[in-house]
Design a protein around this ligand. Structure first.
Ligand code: HEM
Length: 501
């Protein structure tokens, strides 16, 4: 018996050593900090707190000036350097999302962010039309409605300095809930909204799990109070999405059963008599893949993915955009003038997509804001087979990191990269390489919600700029690099919203 146990143990060591040896050999071909075999770069691992990761990786990028590696325990992490390597990685479909994303499975199931292979390909193809410009156009009215509630809440601050992230969070949550699910949760007006609380709590805990390796172990996490809180919040979120899907499915079935067109139109009208616009949920309910409609679970996964991938990212991007408006009053004035000019030519009170598109300075401003404050600073992939990227051959099971923050702050691609420069994205400037500017990533897994979030941000910014003059409570208030990485963290600056006359 003892002999068998020793044999098993010995085989395990040999097997793991073989796996490790392949990584070990690769580690010598790529520069990186010193490491202790099997333990890794202890001097770096100690610094890898969530709020410091981007800073540490940025320093290493500037030090090595080429693709570098880190050993964390027995795991090898490679940080790609050049736009060409990044292009190859982002377009290689054999790479999978990093294992850390799997922590999100309880809430996102097999939605677009976590699904793989054939499932991802068919879903991505089927979901893309839901983000088509023509459909987004239908959302403008409802986005303006939620932006107006935000304006009223900002008016109540009476010019006193405020930390804006919670207000923006609720505005974006309400907007995305309504446009994606047709649900009016009104968390901006109802501070006790159970769905908003559940969303906040669930995503906060899941984010902690993603960035804290200890919480990644189920046997540790399941013993913590946070685990119970997470289950409760997930239940609230699933119950609400489940209820909405059921109601909407029933309504659509009624539509199909209604023979006469008038009857059908009646069903589609809401209580106040306006034609009800299609939410993304309707599109999901109508998706038919190989003769089969998506199940309620499939739809739940996709809707929750839109919320997870869309709310905190758009909120963070909005907060930084407001910070930049307040910090650069001359730019703010230019955008105000541009908006006033367009608004003066409006026949109707609601701005159209075409008019939003013609706001060039606003567009340049948002692009530069997303560059300077890279909302998703890095994304990870895992090799599933041997692949070549650049001139390096990577074996299976290597973590490959795409450092969007590093590229956006590389002076070889952006002069004075830490400065806000509106001209970078002007029509007259040089065309920027798609693989150096990656706020929404690129390649087949790029952000499906890019146009959607840009539309939301532009509409809210237009409403705010039209109504208020923004300034920083303290004009010398400087953003620390630290605040740029933790999406869900408070942004740590106070803004003053002074009503325009
Ligand atoms: C400023 C706001 C946003 C930013 C900065 C952002 C950024 C990104 C990035 C960088 C990725 C690629 C991640 C990777 O390659 O691993 C991504 C993917 C994704 N985003 Fe966004 N996003 C934003 C808003 C949204 C919104 C509003 C939605 C809502 C629908 C959304 C839905 C998704 C989905 C579903 C994916 C996965 C796509 C796939 O793998 O096929 N995002 N996003």
């Amino acid at each position: 018996m003892l002999f068998i146990l020793v044999l098993i143990l010995f085989s395990l060591i040999i097997f793991n050593f073989q796996k490790y040896w392949i990584r070990f050999k690769l580690a010598f071909k790529i520069p990186g900090p010193w490491f202790i075999p099997f333990i890794g770069c202890v001097q770096i691992a100690a610094k890898l707190k969530p709020e410091e990761i981007t800073g540490v990786v940025q320093n290493l990028r500037e030090k090595y000036k080429r693709t570098f590696r880190l050993f964390l325990g027995p795991n090898l992490w490679v940080f790609l350097h050049t736009p060409q390597e990044i292009k190859e990685a982002l377009n290689n479909l054999t790479l999978r999302r990093a294992a850390d994303f799997q922590q999100l499975k309880p809430i996102l199931g097999e939605g677009l962010l976590l699904s793989e292979e054939k499932k991802w390909i068919t879903r991505r193809r089927a979901l893309t039309p839901a983000f088509h410009a023509k459909l987004l156009q239908d959302f403008t009215g409802r986005i303006i409605f939620h932006a107006d509630v935000l304006i009223k809440n900002l008016e109540r601050t009476c010019g006193k300095p405020i930390e804006i992230s919670d207000m923006i969070f609720h505005c974006i949550l309400d907007t995305i809930c309504e446009t994606s699910m047709g649900a009016e949760i009104n968390s901006q007006s109802d501070s006790n909204c159970p769905y908003a609380k559940a969303y906040h709590q669930a995503f906060h805990i899941l984010f902690q799990r993603m960035v804290n390796p200890l919480l990644g172990f189920d046997f540790i996490f399941n013993r913590l109070e946070a685990s119970k809180q997470l289950s409760n919040s997930i239940k609230i979120i699933h119950d609400m999405t489940g209820k909405l899907i059921k109601e909407r499915r029933e309504l659509i079935t009624q539509q199909y059963n209604a023979n006469n067109e008038n009857e059908l139109n009646e069903i589609l009208k809401d209580e106040i008599g306006k034609q009800k616009k299609m939410a993304m949920l309707d599109i999901l309910l109508n998706i038919n893949i190989d003769g089969k409609y998506l199940s309620d679970q499939d739809i739940k996964d996709e809707v929750n993915t839109f919320l997870f991938a869309g709310v905190d990212t758009t909120k963070a991007a909005m907060c930084f955009a407001l910070y930049n408006l307040a910090k650069y009053p001359i730019i703010q004035k230019k955008i105000y003038n541009e908006i006033s000019l367009i608004k003066s030519t409006l026949n109707e009170s609601t701005i159209t997509m075409e008019q939003i598109k013609s706001l060039n300075i606003l567009d340049q401003f948002l692009k530069e804001s997303l560059r300077l404050h890279t909302i998703v600073p890095m994304t990870g992939r895992k090799t599933t087979c041997e692949i070549k990227i650049g001139d390096i051959i990577y074996p299976k099971n290597i973590s490959i990191w795409i450092n969007m923050y590093g590229l956006a702050h590389d002076e070889n691609f952006f002069s004075n990269p830490y400065e806000f420069d509106l001209e970078r994205f002007s029509k007259d400037s040089e065309i920027i390489n798609q693989y150096t500017y990656l706020p929404f990533s690129a390649g087949p897994h790029n952000c499906i919600g890019k146009r959607y979030s840009e539309l939301i941000m532009k509409i809210i910014l237009i409403q705010i700029i039209e109504n208020f003059k923004l300034s920083l409570r303290n004009p010398n208030e400087k953003l620390e690099l630290i605040s740029e990485m933790v999406l869900s963290a408070r942004q740590g600056f106070n803004l003053v919203f002074k009503k325009r006359k």
